[in-house]
Design a protein around this ligand. Structure first.
Ligand SMILES: Cc1ncc(C[n+]2csc(CCOP(=O)(O)OP(=O)(O)O)c2C)c(N)n1
Ligand SMILES: [Mg+2]
Length: 389
């Protein structure tokens, strides 16, 4: 008894682990864990929807965003055109109606930051500096494309531009990006990264393991979860039991945000705050973007599972480009002529880049054996006698 008492008295407070820094306060506030400052709002007095008016964006940045939104939509329209001419190898996946999510979130990053996009995030890839000609050549599997015809559509990356190419397996890019951020921390590189994921992809084990690790390690990972109402033909209500994907943040002990994914300004602002929080050591953040997939899973999908009138409603009342154009004109941030000029420039760029990609040669067959793996480690799987037969 006596010895026990002595032990009690001499027990000291455990030494503080220097790795356990205090988490900075969240910029909005600490509780509750799901923040809704930028969540979708119902239009007042039936007024058509516009965008968040309080913004830190500068006039030239506001026009930049308009350019990227238009570029995304028109590049995709051209891809559909090429697809119908059977010039595309593989599928075409559209982000029609949800372009603001990819553009607004990626635009909030710094040039050295990283993204890993999915099929609805062409806008983020363009913001990261990939040119339309690279996209066209990639989709047509041309030798001049980023993967030289070795892989298709979104399956390419550009490390110099901070863009990690995705693989098809949903959820798997979350642990990959977590690893990239852990590596960056070990090299003392203060980068932040966005990993995009769909409502369907969030139901995978890889998503859970990756985000859990990022949260525990307080890695500056921003997960942008796109609530676009469908995963293939499965409505989100049959995919997950939570009402809002952001609620899942509580399971990882990280902040969750709901943002209007069709309001490009809101997407920018919420990501900017999240990136500042992550960069200051707060750790991972989950942003749920409420949006709507107006096209099928890919071009082949006729969307027969979608209730009548649903797509038309979103097109008429909640198109991200219409909303942003209205915002720019009503706030006086841009004049109609300026917007027309941007559209003309984007159209010209697409014409030139598409012509370039169409006239590029197809790859030589034997090139498929090289640069699939790092050939300084793995011999190219090249057997000339196979080609002869
Ligand atoms: C692990 C895994 N399961 C299934 C698939 C097949 N698949 C590809 S896309 C997709 C639907 C994705 O839906 P969601 O994550 O909501 O993204 P969205 O297409 O709506 O952007 C499925 C099931 C896959 N690629 N990986
Ligand atoms: Mg989805």
């Amino acid at each position: 008894m006596e010895s026990l008492q002595n032990k009690e008295e001499t027990r000291q407070a455990p030494a503080k682990d220097p790795r356990r820094r205090r988490r900075p306060r969240h910029p909005l506030h600490n509780e509750p864990r799901v923040f809704t400052k930028y969540a979708p709002r119902k239009p007042l007095d039936g007024k058509p929807l516009s965008c968040t008016t309080q913004t830190t964006l500068q006039p030239n940045q506001l026009l930049d965003l308009y350019r990227y939104l238009h570029l995304t939509r028109l590049v995709e329209e051209r891809l559909v055109n090429l697809y119908r001419q059977t010039k595309v190898v593989g599928g075409v996946f559209r982000s029609l109606g949800q372009e603001a999510t990819a553009v607004g979130t990626a635009y909030a990053l710094k040039p050295g930051d990283f993204i890993t996009p999915l099929i609805r995030d062409l806008g983020a890839v363009l913001v990261k500096g990939i040119r339309p000609r690279e996209i066209f050549a990639q989709y047509m599997a041309k030798s001049g494309g980023p993967s030289g015809g070795r892989d298709l559509n979104i399956h390419f990356g550009d490390m110099d531009k901070g863009f990690i190419g995705p693989i098809s397996h949903l959820g798997d890019m979350i642990p990959v990006m977590t690893g990239v951020l852990l590596g960056a921390r070990m090299k003392r590189k203060p980068i932040v990264a966005i990993a995009y994921i769909g409502d369907g992809g969030m139901s995978t084990g890889a998503f859970h393991e990756g985000l859990n690790f990022a949260a525990v390690q307080r890695l500056p990972l921003i997960v942008v979860a796109e609530y676009n109402h469908y995963a293939y033909s499965t409505p989100t209500a049959l995919q997950t039991a939570v009402k809002n994907l952001a609620e899942k943040a509580a399971g990882y002990g990280i902040p969750g945000h709901i943002v209007d994914g069709n309001d490009v300004v809101a997407c920018y602002e919420v990501t900017k705050q999240a990136s500042e929080y992550a960069r200051r050591g707060g750790g991972a953040v989950l942003i749920e973007a409420k949006t709507y997939r107006r096209k099928g899973h890919a071009e082949h999908d006729d969307q027969r599972y979608v209730p009548a009138g649903e797509i038309e409603w979103w097109e008429k009342h909640n198109d991200p480009l219409d909303r942003y154009e209205r915002y720019l004109l009503e706030s006086g941030a841009a004049k109609k002529e300026q917007l027309e000029q941007i559209t003309a420039e984007v159209t010209r760029e697409i014409e030139e880049d598409c012509a370039w990609a169409e006239s590029s040669p197809m790859p030589e067959p034997e090139n498929a054996a090289y640069r699939v793996f790092d050939n300084s480690i793995v011999e190219p799987a090249f057997r000339p006698e196979v080609l002869k037969n």
